[in-house]
Design a protein around this ligand. Structure first.
Ligand code: LLH
Ligand code: MG
Length: 382
């Protein structure tokens, strides 16, 4: 059970996803990007793995923090190891981020599952083995036939309904799109999608993250007329009082915070101050599966739903062990991309979705990621 090694392997993976100047993904030509796999190994040869981008587990972090906390410790002591890393963040000169805590925590959960030959959600205590997914559409763009017009969104929404999705979330247009942001265009896209899919499909929006209170209110009021289920991140989440104001002035549920720092502690403040109607957590946003579950259980104690941000196995397991969330966020999706093609370093999808819109939690041990170790070795660059 004692951890003996903490290793990062960097390899090249091919993707069609390109990040814009705001960090949002859009489709483009296939290109190779570096990806990293963290491996935590024990004296008896068991291993746990988790994926991230290389800078999140760069050598400085492994040497200065991760190996000092983890090596020599019982890998089963996840709560203590997480607390030790979280306490070290304050004195890390902002080098030890929640993303790094997340990849370590996920590798430890994967290690626990692989060593016991159990999937993580069964180890934690499953609530379900399948869950409805909503199709989370990429931010809008200016690509001909992509997501450049309200009609493009409507046409893509029809495609997603045919694929089986029972819910769809629009990320609308944001800078660097030349004319964005634009509340009226957001509402035109939402109206076109509602018209295309009818009243039976649940719809949500994840809007420009820096609207003013007035713009967010206008957007929310328009969405209420379109029977949207929630409005997400329309303003800067650093202003909790703005979200309290918005939630007090809207009927449509306000979901958050997604990107605000502070893990489950800050999300407790959002609940206490009435800054959201539905809470939000995410493994990468709060520093791991461990704090994501803390957030989920805290929301449950207040009778609140808590929706999980993001795809991949780590977030799917948080959804699978929780009654008080309704969806798995499957995406991000675009007409030019085939999400079901998955990743070249995994032999199969971690979030396969059936024709009825249900994602099935893999029953493979650990996080259940079907890792192609040979691919990683053959494409390794560090
Ligand atoms: O590009 C981003 O910021 C993220 O992909 C984000 O848009 C998306 O994951 C999200 O907000 N989901 O709710
Ligand atoms: Mg979001």
């Amino acid at each position: 059970m004692i951890i003996t090694e903490v290793e990062a392997r960097v390899f090249l993976t091919t993707t069609h996803r390109h990040s814009d100047s705001a960090g949002h993904a859009h489709p483009g030509p296939a290109h190779q990007v570096p990806q990293a796999m963290l491996t935590i190994r024990t004296e008896d040869g068991h291993e746990g793995h988790s994926f991230t981008t290389p800078e999140i587990i760069r050598p400085h972090l492994l040497d200065k923090f991760l190996r000092k906390v983890l090596v020599g410790q019982d890998h089963r002591d996840r709560e203590r190891l997480w607390q030790d890393l979280a306490h070290w963040q304050r004195g890390s000169a902002a080098q030890l981020t929640d993303r790094t805590l997340a990849v370590v925590d996920c590798a430890l959960w994967d290690l626990a599952g692989r060593s016991l030959n159990q999937p993580v959600h069964k180890l934690i205590g499953a609530y379900r083995d399948k869950v409805l997914a909503y199709g989370s559409i990429m931010c809008g763009d200016e690509l001909e036939g992509g997501l450049a017009t309200p009609e493009d969104y409507a046409r893509f929404a029809e495609t997603l309904v045919k694929r089986g999705y029972k819910g769809i979330k629009l990320h609308t247009w944001m800078p660097p799109v030349s004319w964005a942001p634009d509340v009226k265009m957001d509402l035109r896209a939402c109206a076109a999608v509602r018209e295309a899919v009818g009243p039976g499909i649940r719809l949500m929006i994840d809007a420009f993250h820096w609207y003013s209170r007035s713009d967010a209110l206008e957007l929310g009021r328009g969405l209420e007329k379109l029977a949207f289920d929630w409005i997400e991140e329309p303003m800067d989440e650093q202003s909790m009082s703005s979200y309290k104001w918005l939630a007090d002035n809207l009927d449509i549920p306000v979901v958050g915070p997604e990107s605000a720092a502070g893990k489950h502690w800050h999300r407790a403040e959002w609940v206490r101050h009435g800054a959201c109607d539905i809470l939000r957590t995410g493994v990468n946003d709060v520093g791991g599966i461990t704090p994501a579950i803390k957030t989920m259980r805290m929301a449950e104690a207040f009778g609140m739903d808590c929706e999980v941000h993001g795809n991949t196995a780590m977030n799917l397991h948080v959804v699978a062990v929780s009654k008080n969330c309704r969806w798995y966020e499957r995406g991000l999706l675009h007409p030019f991309l085939e999400y079901d093609d998955g990743f070249d370093y995994l032999k199969s999808l971690s979030d396969p979705m059936d024709a009825d819109g249900f994602v099935h939690v893999p029953d493979r041990p650990g996080l259940g990621e079907d890792i192609d170790f040979a691919f990683i070795e053959n494409n390794r660059v560090a």
